[in-house]
Design a protein around this ligand. Structure first.
Ligand SMILES: Cc1cc2nc3c(=O)[nH]c(=O)nc-3n(C[C@H](O)[C@H](O)[C@H](O)COP(=O)(O)O)c2cc1C
Length: 405
């Protein structure tokens, strides 16, 4: 997988993977020529975001207009942060955006600053290629009357560093580790001020809506999941990469039509990044939209999909992912330290073929009982892994006897 490669769903008129940006960075002159770097009229933009139904692309899918409005209506002065840390290991779309369309990200950030009334604008990132590309873009930035200066904040890469309270804490000079909520950043974030922490793709999408309007935005996608999204297709996909796709097609179609299908069959699917846990092959029949993916027991998350090859044992994959959760935990909350370790130890037993009969029930219980515990949603990801794995194994057993020990 290369973070410089992006393409478009066949036949789709792209909104983001425009010109030659699929393979190389666009210069400021190219952005200006494409009409994608002209200040947008800011009045009424939050209403447009609401009408467009824009949801955050950082993972939670939170309605953008609600957060923008809450920050704008908070006490002045405010702060905006473009979150480009992209801690999710299976996602590359933020890196692609920051590397190949840095001016679009800066444009979206300046737009957000103008709309919510911020006097501080920060791009938060960690991957070295994104740092140099954003630095270059800022150097060639012409003065924009009335705009705030854009700062870069570089953080050491780790999964929890992209969580919104960790983002603010790090910019405030602390560790890039989550804090307990409330307060949430929209109430008190950078410098203790109302702070809009927004994923870089969300900002670029918002600027597109500002230029083209909510009605045009809704011409693609479904009524409940409008527009297009940058997805990262990986694993055993023949042509892994970042693709701009409309919502509303099945996951199987996206993989077939964009990535040329699968090179090695299908042993399972990790959709929505690693965060949403594991699914079996039937997930490819689900429609790529928020409701259908949730109904199928998975989710859209940050838009990354990893297809496991048929030679990959699902027990080994989940055991490896669970160990990763143990290593990536901020180790701040007892429930997270103990919960991730218990899940990893139990999944390890499945990998070794030595799980006791009650292990499956434990995983199923942790899949729900550990949701929403801990300072941030990190533990939810490990709980999703436990819960989804137990469901897959249970449904397999309903059709064929499986020896657990
Ligand atoms: C453990 C954890 C890690 C996260 N990492 C990222 C990240 O790398 N990038 C990101 O945009 N959001 C990340 N998020 C989500 C952020 O907390 C926040 O919701 C997001 O940046 C808001 O942007 P959006 O509303 O545009 O989606 C993470 C959340 C959690 C719980």
């Amino acid at each position: 997988m290369t973070e410089h490669f992006a393409d478009v769903y066949p036949g789709l008129t792209p909104r983001f993977v425009i010109g030659e940006s699929g393979s190389r960075p666009l210069s400021l002159q190219e952005e200006i020529a494409a009409g994608t770097y002209a200040p947008v009229v800011t009045g009424g933009l939050i209403d447009q975001l609401e009408q467009a139904g824009l949801r955050g692309r950082g993972g939670s899918g939170f309605p953008a207009h609600r957060k923008w409005r809450a920050v704008r209506d908070g006490g002045a002065p405010r702060v905006v942060v473009a979150n480009g840390e992209e801690g999710e290991p299976s996602s590359f779309k933020d890196r692609w955006l920051l590397t190949n369309r840095p001016h679009a990200v800066i444009d979206g950030l300046l737009l957000a600053a103008a709309v919510v009334g911020a006097d501080r604008a920060v791009i938060y990132l960690s991957h070295p290629e994104t740092v140099s590309s954003v630095q270059r873009a800022l150097e060639e930035l012409p003065p924009r009357p009335g705009s705030v200066a854009v700062e870069i904040h570089v953080v050491e890469h780790r999964y929890v560093a992209g969580e919104e309270t960790a983002v603010c804490r790090s910019i405030n000079g602390g560790l890039a580790l989550p804090l307990s909520k409330p307060p949430r950043p929209f109430e008190s974030g950078v410098d203790g001020r109302p702070t809009l922490v927004s994923n870089v793709e969300t900002l670029v999408q918002a600027a597109w809506i500002g230029r083209n309007g909510a009605d045009t935005y809704r011409e693609l996608g479904t009524s409940a999941s409008p527009g297009t999204m940058l997805v990262t297709l990986g694993g055993s996909c023949r042509r892994p990469g970042v693709y701009e796709v409309p919502y509303g097609l099945t996951l199987g179609h996206l993989i077939e039509d964009c990535a040329g299908g699968l090179s090695n069959g299908i042993g399972g699917v990790l959709a929505g990044g690693w965060f949403m846990g594991v699914a079996d092959a039937s997930l490819l029949e689900a429609t790529w939209c928020y409701d259908a993916m949730r109904a199928a027991g998975s989710g859209i998350g940050c838009g990354a999909v990893t297809v496991l090859g048929c030679d990959e044992r699902i027990e080994d994959v989940v055991a490896r992912l669970a160990r990763w959760y143990v290593e990536e935990s901020a180790q701040q909350c007892g429930v997270c330290v103990k919960g991730t370790a218990a899940i990893a130890d139990t999944l390890e037993l499945f990998s070794q073929g030595s799980a006791e009969p009650d292990a499956l029930a434990n995983l199923a219980r942790w899949g729900t009982a550990l949701q929403g515990r801990g300072a941030c949603a990190f533990l939810d990801g490990a709980a999703n892994l436990a819960g989804t794995f137990s469901r897959i194994i249970t449904s397999d057993r309903a059709t064929q006897p499986i020896a657990v020990n």
